[in-house]
Each structure stands twice: as structure tokens, then as C-alpha cells.
Design a protein around this ligand. Structure first.
Ligand code: G3I
Length: 315
């Protein structure tokens, strides 16, 4: 097959993957990373705990490695993530004074988004701000700063990096439900207030056989609003070991997601959350599950790889 990235180009979309730079020393991983993808996002290296473990002391070693890989490979660099309750160092989680927390948030955005201005095509400015029922997640930002922290973060990110598109990103917003409708209503409200919001990311950490029936329709309604959309963290997990029938269903599901993106005018592309089943967050969080990615732990292409290639017209 033609590489995914070349086939995607013909559709005006990019194919991304989440990179952990330490894995690049592995030749099998590296070969796939270089051949197939034209967008790179740091799996962990640009998060708050990695970039500002101590207040005001920034460390960009791993993040710079991700940026360098993207540049060397002529791939877009996608920023993940500026404001998130998880992987947030204790010092930030424990701030209780609104002015102090807002200052810390602004300093963080200035330093991290500012460093990669001109390199990052889009930032997940705020990640996972919702509960599944569509109420606000009670993160430290929400508790101390209130609803307005999202608009404040977006405005600050625009100042820090005027060229990156600014996104909100979440999981379980992949079909039409209370959570995705809360996201939709927020985008409408932010735009009415003139707050910079360019894009919405749909993580799409899905289960084999359970792609939401409203998946394409959900992307479409955001696209119709005039924001760009992206599948930002795609994987499809299952119980392991996976049978041949399950891997075939997984291939169908990967194809369904890619075809949905291709069918929606403002869908920028699809990012898979890793490369191979040997390096995936899934088994660490869901006991007995895994096999969620298009390559197996020996870097052999699975049926899902072929299905994506076919959806892109590479086959
Ligand atoms: O680096 C340390 C290592 O030194 C230590 O020995 C080891 C022991 O636990 O932990 C390692 O850090 C882990 C890190 O991944 C790197 O492997 C952290 O414990 C672990 O929590 C962290 O998990 C990451 C997770 O976000 C944290 O929330 C996953 O790799 C990463 O794939 C995952 O990505 C998130 C997205 O950012 C947001 N959407 C959901 C997605 C999946 O959870």
C-alpha cells in the first residue's frame, strides 16, 4: 500500500499518531512513524507535569524531541495539552486563590504555547472539561476559577501563539449525547462572545463493535457550526487475546471512523493514540483489554491497518 499520509493528502486530511520519543530508538516503531504519518502529537511530553513540574521551572527536553521529529519528518505538530486536570503537578492542583491560579495558568500557556509558535498547527487548549452527563468537571480550574476559565485559557492561548488553531478536546463526545451536546452548546456560546475557538477534538477511545451510530452525524453538526473537527486519539480496544473475528470487526470500525472524517467537510484528519499494541495506554488502565492499535506488538500490520489504507484509497 501507499503510505497512509500520501493517500490522506489526496483527501486534504492528515494522519497523525501520538509519539513517545523514547520509543524512536526501536527500529520497528520508528519505521512506521516515519512512513505512515504526517502529523505528530506528544503522547505525554507537552503536558503540564512534563513541561512545568515545579512552578516557573520549565523543562522541554522531551517536548522538543517531539517537535524535532515532526520537523525532520515533514509532519505537522499538534499540541497536547495546555489546561487539563490530569498530569497536573501537585503544586498547581493545590492552588486555592483565584488570582494565583489564573496567573499560573497564564504563565503556563505563555511559556508552552509561546515556545512552539509557528510550529504547532493546533493546540488542545482545554482537555476533558466535561463530566459524562454534560456538567462541568470539578477540576481545580473549574472549582477555583469557575466556568470562565475556558474562555480565559482560549484568549490567552491566542495571544501566546497567534498562528495555532485553538481546540477543545474530550472523550465520550464521539456520538450525539449529553456530553457532546454540552460541548456543542459551549462552542456556540464562545463564538457568540467572540472567544477564539477554531476546532474541536473527538478523542475516540472506542470499544471494538461499539462505534456510536451517530458518529458521523456528530462530527457533521460541529462542522456545520463552522469549527474544524479532528479525530484526535483513536484506538479501539477489546479483550485480549483478540480472535480473528474481533480483529476483523476492529478493522471495520477503524474504517468507519476514517470514512466519517472523510465525509465531513471540516474534518482535518485522524490521529491514532500510539502505533503498536506493545506501547498503548489501554492495558495499564483497562485490565484484560488491549490490542487497540493498527499494528501488533511485533510491528506487524493488523487488519485495521489495511482497512484504513483502503478507506483512504491507498489500496
Ligand atoms: O514515566 C513514568 C515512569 O518513569 C514510571 O516508571 C511509570 C510507572 O507508573 O510511570 C511512567 O509515567 C506514566 C506515563 O503514562 C508514561 O508511560 C504514567 O504513570 C501514566 O499515568 C501515563 O499515562 C498516560 C495518561 O494519558 C495519563 O493520564 C498515557 O501514557 C497517555 O496515553 C494518556 O493519554 C491520554 C490523553 O492525554 C488524554 N485523553 C486520554 C488519553 C488516554 O488516557
Amino acid at each position: 500500500f501507499e503510505p497512509w499520509r500520501d493517500a490522506a493528502d489526496d483527501h486534504g486530511v492528515t494522519m497523525g499518531f501520538a509519539l513517545s520519543p523514547g520509543h524512536l530508538s526501536n527500529p520497528g516503531y520508528r519505521a512506521i512513524a516515519e512512513r505512515e504519518f504526517d502529523l505528530v502529537v506528544a503522547e505525554n511530553a507537552m503536558k503540564w507535569d512534563a513541561t512545568e513540574p515545579t512552578r516557573g521551572t520549565f523543562s522541554f527536553g522531551q517536548a522538543d524531541q517531539v517537535a524535532a521529529f515532526a520537523a525532520a519528518n515533514d509532519a505537522d505538530l499538534y499540541g497536547h495539552t495546555l489546561v487539563w486536570h490530569s498530569q497536573l503537578p501537585g503544586w498547581a492542583q493545590n492552588l486555592t486563590d483565584p488570582a494565583d491560579l489564573r496567573a499560573a495558568m497564564y504563565d503556563h500557556i505563555d511559556a508552552v504555547a509561546g515556545r512552539y509558535t509557528g510550529q504547532v498547527v493546533a493546540w488542545d487548549v482545554v482537555n476533558e472539561l466535561w463530566n459524562d452527563d454534560g456538567t462541568r468537571r470539578q477540576s481545580v480550574f473549574q472549582r477555583v476559577l469557575g466556568d470562565g476559565y475556558v474562555a480565559d485559557a482560549l484568549r490567552r492561548a491566542r495571544q501566546a501563539d497567534p498562528t495555532a488553531k485553538l481546540c477543545l478536546n474530550d472523550y465520550n463526545t464521539d456520538g450525539i449525547n449529553a456530553k457532546s451536546t454540552a460541548m456543542y452548546d459551549l462552542v456556540v456560546s464562545l463564538r457568540a462572545q467572540g472567544v477564539p475557538i477554531d476546532c474541536v477534538g473527538f478523542q475516540s477511545h472506542l470499544i471494538v463493535g461499539q462505534v456510536p451510530s451517530t458518529y458521523r452525524q456528530n462530527l457533521q453538526r460541529f462542522s456545520d457550526l463552522g469549527v474544524d473537527v479532528r479525530v484526535t486519539e483513536l484506538d479501539l480496544r477489546t479483550n485480549v487475546p483478540a480472535s480473528a473475528a474481533t480483529l476483523a470487526q476492529q478493522a471495520t470500525d477503524y474504517r468507519t471512523v476514517v470514512e466519517a472524517c472523510l465525509a465531513v467537510a471540516r474534518c482535518d484528519g485522524v490521529t491514532v493514540w500510539g502505533v503498536d499494541d506493545g506501547h498503548s495506554w489501554v492495558p495499564n488502565v483497562f485490565g484484560g483489554q488491549g490490542a487497540a492499535l493498527p499494528w501488533d506488538a511485533q510491528y506487524q500490520a493488523k487488519p485495521a491497518y489495511t482497512a484504513v489504507a483502503q478507506a483512504l484509497g491507498a489500496a
